[in-house]
Ligand binder design. Structure first.
Ligand code: PHE
Length: 358
């Protein structure tokens, strides 16, 4: 074969191979590499051109044309393959980035009130509708407000029953403690009224945390109470019973029977524990009410004259009732929650199930 024919054959072979490779290139990066490999300065075409120098001068233009044609064919094929790949890659990208607008959205989690807070809110709403004014007192109390003024003097056995958390200053003149009940707010509210030169009528509701040094399935060292009292001329047990009946039916959202059972509290006389008809068996008798049909819900009574005396209210003119309830206990009864500890563990499954954004 003559020199020129062999060159032509080489060029043809090169072109065939290149076009096949271009068509097969998987992506534009591979294609770019092929462009360099064939048309680059050190590429295949250049190395074939080196053979041109060996040809007789008259053959050179002929082969020159041939080389140009090959070069053009390669360049054109490369451009075509490139634009096809670019199209394909764009289509793939669009497909990958496609947003399925029919997919359901992701819900953002919404917080809810803790069941104890919901219970408190519900209870406070009922009492404020009845006209009771809200009051507050400190959680760190002194012995006067938590005990003495409530007719529980220093040696009174009831002090021992209160399982009090004392601050480390016991025996000093201003011993501090964590209040064991919300009854000291009675004292503070009555004092505030008297100090401002006022006098009864007083109708007050207070709520908040209380602390007792015991902890088991039914007791937590911290829990919540709501305290309600009313002082006026001629306030009687009948007023107490009426307020209790209305409150308990409103809170449980049904007519619950109630009964007052004689009891003892130092700060009330007479005192009564209040039972409601068991909400689990509708008053018939079940395991939870131990077959009695009744469940104890709160402590109450007529404010002891000594308590009125301690704050400077004349007990021969005024009388009053008071009661105090455990918020957790009522919430448990209303929602059938079996274990007090659920309120304090903050297991989100419990909180989600109980939660309401009310
Ligand atoms: N303070 C009492 C307690 O915590 C409850 C109570 C309040 C009883 C008011 C009578 C009157 O046990």
């Amino acid at each position: 074969m003559s020199e020129i024919d062999s060159l032509k054959a080489q060029l043809q072979e090169l072109q065939d191979k290149a076009l096949a490779l271009f068509a097969d290139a998987a992506n534009s990066k591979v294609l770019q590499e092929l462009r360099v490999a064939y048309l680059g300065k050190k590429g295949e075409l250049t190395s074939v051109l080196k053979g041109v120098g060996k040809l007789p001068p008259e053959d050179r233009p002929v082969i020159g044309q041939f080389v140009n044609a090959t070069k053009n064919a390669l360049a054109e094929a490369l451009d075509k393959a490139e634009s096809m790949l670019a199209e394909k890659e764009k289509a793939l990208r669009i497909e990958a980035e496609r947003i399925d607008v029919t997919l359901p959205g992701r819900k953002s989690a919404q917080g809810a009130l803790h069941p104890v807070q919901q219970g408190l809110n519900d209870m406070m709403a009922i009492f404020s509708q009845m006209g009771f004014e809200m009051a507050e007192g400190p959680e760190i109390e002194d012995e006067f407000h938590n005990f003495d003024a409530l007719n529980i003097p220093a040696e009174h056995p009831a002090r021992a029953n209160h399982d009090t958390f004392f601050f480390d200053m016991e025996g000093t003149a201003d011993t501090k403690l964590l209040r064991t009940h919300t009854s000291p707010v009675q004292i503070r509210a009555m004092q505030a009224c008297v100090d401002a030169g006022g006098e009864p009528p007083l109708a007050v509701v207070a709520s908040g945390r209380v602390y007792r040094c015991d902890s088991d399935v039914t007791h937590s060292p911290m829990f919540h109470q709501v305290e309600v009292f009313q002082v006026d001329k001629d306030v009687s047990l009948a007023n107490l019973k009426g307020v209790l009946q209305h409150f308990l039916s409103a809170y449980f959202e049904k007519d619950v029977p109630i009964r007052l059972r004689p009891h003892y509290f130092p700060f009330t006389e007479p005192s009564a524990e209040v039972d409601i008809g068991c909400v689990f068996c509708n008053h018939k008798g079940c395991r939870i009410c131990k077959g009695s049909g009744w469940i104890e819900v709160l402590g109450s009574g007529m404010i002891h004259p000594n308590v009125l005396k301690a704050v400077g209210i004349d007990s021969s003119v005024y009388s009053g009732f008071a009661f105090g309830l455990g918020v957790e206990r009522l919430v448990m009864l209303k929602h059938g929650i079996p274990d007090l500890r659920l309120f304090f563990e903050n297991d989100v499954r419990f909180l989600r199930r109980m939660g309401s954004s009310k």
